[in-house]
Design a binder for this molecule. Structure first.
Ligand SMILES: NC(=O)C1=CN([C@@H]2O[C@H](COP(=O)(O)OP(=O)(O)OC[C@H]3O[C@@H](n4cnc5c(N)ncnc54)[C@H](O)[C@@H]3O)[C@@H](O)[C@H]2O)C=CC1
Ligand SMILES: O=C([O-])CC(=O)C(=O)O
Length: 397
């Protein structure tokens, strides 16, 4: 069942009219998002992808089986050839994220950068007997070496919220951190996929885009704001509420990554489930406030780290698979987009070797009345956050 789910191919009709006008229309009501791969070693210590399971998600029991047969898994020529850098690797997100990426069979080199405490994190991780070589880097002098020949740069550097704060309250500090790190990425790994986690994502992604433009290396297809945690939360909360098997649940979440800009599309989810108006309101508000729920529970000790690391690892793994030639990779992400009148918007995107190949524009068609109102309501705030980021990046040009 899970294998069939993974291997299921939905047919897409590319409606790209030009390189700058990317869009995908789904012939079906909803598209699958990527299933992360599981990893297995056989008795000869050969790595397998296990399409029935994954350390990042589905069917953990299968992952724990001691033996594998050819019928259960598909043996791949292991291609641990991609280089990943994590900037902010010693932080609350950075550490568990580094561990999850260390588990990927596709990664040959894992570069960990932080302004503090990264040496110990790297020494610790380097003892895990998975393929990638771990190296630590710290301070500005080592940042350029950290970024040389990197395929994917993940940026979770920056301060997290405390109770009572909005993500925008992090702007003053995190905008500068993201600016300086993206400048270094532009100088040293201009062709890398860039995954921005640092909040406020609705502003830090436009900042990154402007910095890359200033450096003459902006490629809209390779810059992503990581909104995977919104999808992870939506899938979890909806499955709990409706007593569904998690493996079957896939809720697209569009818009941005703060408060009402987070818009789950329950009308587009898989499987097709009906909700009362009260359920729609309750689930949507809980998904929008998921970050605040964790901030309050941590009571001053930070925001989501473990679930965020899980979500970011899923997004990295999806991009690695796309880089490795998998032509069926779909994830929600906050990207430059023409799907609405706003210059950036989170939606489902198809990811390939060169980055974003298209956005799933059909997700915005046939919305419920609740979703239509939500979409109109989020535009003002999202526009303001995008413009704030653009203005910041250009103020001292
Ligand atoms: N996109 C999303 O869905 C989510 C985003 N976040 C955001 O992720 C960011 C990080 O959160 P945590 O890991 O919990 O914070 P943290 O404070 O635990 O870790 C941040 C790390 O960044 C490092 N750092 C600071 N300035 C740096 C610089 N210039 N270069 C390299 N490293 C630097 C710090 O030394 C620290 O190790 C926050 O802005 C938070 O709001 C958090 C959860 C979800
Ligand atoms: O809420 C926060 O500050 C961290 C975050 O973005 C999330 O957990 O979604």
């Amino acid at each position: 069942m899970n294998c069939a789910f993974y291997l299921l191919r939905t047919r897409y009709q590319m409606a790209a009219t030009s390189a700058n006008s990317l869009s995908i229309r789904s012939k079906t009501r909803s598209l699958p998002q990527s299933n992360p791969h599981g990893i297995k070693f056989n008795s000869q210590n050969h790595l397998h992808y296990n399409f029935k399971s994954s350390f990042l998600g589905y069917k953990i029991t299968t992952t724990h089986q001691q033996t594998l047969t050819q019928t259960q898994s598909k043996t791949l020529k292991v291609n641990a050839s991609f280089k990943v850098a994590i900037l902010g690797a010693a932080g609350g997100i950075g550490q568990p994220l580094s561990l999850l990426i260390k588990m990927s069979p596709l990664v040959s080199d894992l570069h960990l950068y932080d302004i503090a405490n990264v040496k110990g994190v790297a020494a610790d991780l380097s003892h895990c007997n998975t393929p990638s070589k771990v190296q630590d880097f710290t301070g500005n002098n080592e940042l350029s070496n950290c970024l040389k020949d990197i395929d994917i740069v993940v940026i979770p550097a920056g301060i997290p919220r405390k109770p009572g704060m909005t993500r925008d309250d992090l702007f003053n500090i995190n905008a500068n951190i993201v600016k300086s790190l993206v400048e270094a990425v532009a100088d040293n790994s201009p062709n890398a996929f860039i995954h921005i986690i640092s909040n406020p994502v609705n502003s830090t992604v436009p900042i990154a885009a402007e910095i890359l433009k200033q450096k003459g290396v902006y490629n809209r297809k390779k810059l992503f704001g990581v909104t995977t945690l919104d999808v992870v939360r939506a899938n979890t909360f909806v499955a709990q509420k409706k007593n569904l098997k998690l493996i079957d649940v896939d809720v697209p979440v569009i818009g941005g990554h703060a408060g009402i800009t987070i818009l789950p599309l329950l009308s587009k989810m898989k499987p097709n489930v009906s909700f009362t108006d009260d359920e729609i309101e309750e689930l949507s508000v809980r998904i929008q406030n998921g970050g605040t729920e964790v901030v309050e529970a941590k009571a001053g000790a930070g925001s989501a780290t473990l679930s965020m690391a899980y979500a970011a690892a899923r997004f990295v793994e999806s991009c690695l698979r796309a880089l490795d030639g998998d032509s069926d990779v779909y994830e929600c992400a906050f990207v430059e987009s023409e799907i609405t009148e706003l210059p950036f918007f989170a939606s489902r995107v198809k990811i390939g070797r060169e980055g974003v190949e298209g956005v799933v524009s059909s997700d915005l068609e046939g919305l419920s009345e609740y979703e239509k109102k939500g979409l109109e309501a989020l535009k003002g705030e999202l526009k303001g956050s995008i413009e704030k980021g653009v203005a910041f990046a250009n103020k001292e040009k």
